[in-house]
Design a protein around this ligand. Structure first.
Ligand code: SUG
Length: 446
């Protein structure tokens, strides 16, 4: 069966801001309170999507969520008209308004875990939206993500969109950011690698939260109907989490048979690599591209986001291309590493740098912004057409962004009822552009 990898990027929403909301995410903490540019953010994201689409790759998108999310404020006891809710919440609980206003659904690598149909027992493509329960501002994403996936992948004979896992700490799940699939051919059976930070009943003693449990990963693997002998469950190293790798995709990325990772990514490196080799036995020989701590210290890996790159099969190129953030070029150790790597004859033959600074300041690199979905030709034909990037959609969305997004958004403006109505106007208009239906967003259902 032939298949190709598509990337579905999260469209950056109109309230993109720097709330300092994610413990353990160093960029989020460092940039708390900066003035953001939602317009620049959405345009950077769209430019990245366009770059891939122009190269002939399949590029899709997932719509932003409704923010500020008034249902959260109402659940916290604020009542009255929508503008009254936002104003009183801003006076009494500004931190809660910040959490209800984050544009965090842009990081689509956390939207869901995805298993291609070649790996699943019922031969459907499976999605489990992540519950993201470790942080309040992200815990409100799962249901809307489920709705977005059900819109883009509506054909239930080919696609299975599950419920998020139960909202309980035993099942802490952050989606594809802690999941890597390796394979010989995209359409063939693969090995699914699940990386977790802690188990459900241990006493976690790290300085930062471990956001994924083994039990969550196991539950996802079971409900996707994966073959246990092709699944690998690896523990993320505490050193990596303590250094700021709040998701595994900050220190590891893989495509086809190549796994590109930092020496300190996994708790027991040798056992981890052996386990991957065993799971791949009979299918392919993994190509491990391991970056040594002496070449790129873990601190540099995290500030530069070297591994939070998209590792892509680029049309017309024999070796893989690494689409890395500009910050990787600006950090000497990672720039030097990349230059040496492409000069060698390993599986990664080219590095291209993209500017996604608005997202990077919140700890989201090129790979955070996208959800990978491997599609057979038949599945590709069944994707909702307006979820796929085209030249015309790109033009329409850039015009839309210029019309509806603020150039600047200061932290003190999040309680402005005008921001609420502007965001809703933007989403109403997007609903028409993408043909999302009349009740896609909660505010459209009341
Ligand atoms: O969950 N940042 C996100 C970044 C997610 C990156 N995704 C991957 N690595 N796949 C997070 O920590 C910060 C929001 C703020 O501080 O305003 C935030 O949610």
């Amino acid at each position: 069966m032939t298949a190709r990898e598509a990337n579905f990027d999260g469209l950056i929403g109109p309230t993109h801001n720097y709330g300092g909301l994610s413990d353990g995410n160093l960029a989020s903490a460092r940039n708390e309170g900066l003035v953001s540019s939602p317009r620049e953010g959405v345009l950077e994201g769209l430019a990245k999507m366009k770059r891939l689409a122009d190269a002939g790759l399949v590029q899709g998108l997932l719509p932003p969520h409704e923010r500020p999310f008034l249902p959260l404020l109402r659940r916290a006891g604020f009542s009255g008209s929508d503008s009254h809710v936002i104003e009183t919440a801003w006076q009494q609980a500004p931190g809660l308004v910040r959490k209800a206003s984050s544009a965090s659904p842009m990081w689509a690598a956390n939207a869901a875990t995805v298993s291609p149909s070649a790996d699943t027992a019922d031969r459907r493509l499976h999605f489990t939206p992540a519950n993201l329960l470790t942080t309040l501002h992200r815990s409100i994403e799962g249901r809307q993500t489920q709705r977005a996936l059900s819109w883009a992948f509506a054909d239930s004979t080919r696609f299975a969109v599950h419920d998020p896992l139960p909202m309980q700490a035993d099942f802490a799940d952050e989606g594809a950011a802690n999941h890597v699939r390796l394979c010989a051919e995209q359409g063939g059976e693969g090995v699914e690698i699940f990386v977790y930070g802690r188990t459900a009943d241990e006493n976690w003693a790290g300085s930062f939260p471990a956001r994924q449990t083994l039990e969550a990963s196991q539950a996802v693997a079971r409900s996707h109907g994966l073959d246990p002998k092709r699944c690998v469950f690896l523990r993320q190293s505490q050193a990596a989490i303590d250094a700021g790798a709040f998701h595994n995709d900050v220190v590891c990325v893989g495509t086809r048979t190549t796994l590109f990772f930092h020496e300190l990514a996994f708790e027991n490196r040798q056992a981890a690599l052996d386990a991957i080799r065993r799971a791949a036995d009979g299918l392919f020989e993994p190509d491990f591209v391991e970056v040594a701590q002496c070449d790129v210290p873990i601190g540099d890996a995290i500030t530069s986001y070297l591994f939070n790159s998209q590792l892509l099969e680029w049309p017309g190129e024999r070796r893989l291309a690494l689409i890395a953030p500009k910050e990787t070029q600006e950090t000497q150790s990672t720039r030097d590493y990349c230059a040496d790597m492409v000069a060698g004859n390993g599986p990664i033959g080219r590095v291209e740098y993209v500017d996604v600074r608005q997202s990077m300041r919140n700890g989201g690199g090129p790979a955070c912004l996208r959800l990978r979905v491997t599609l057979t030709d038949e599945e590709f034909s069944a994707v909702t057409p307006t979820a796929l990037m085209t030249d015309a959609l790109y033009v329409e969305l850039t015009t839309w962004a210029h019309r509806h997004y603020r150039e600047r958004l200061a932290p003190g403006e999040l309680g402005d009822p005008a921001l609420l109505s502007e965001s809703r106007a933007a989403l109403d208009s997007l609903t028409e552009i993408l043909r999302l239906g009349s009740d896609f967003y909660p505010f459209q259902r009341v």
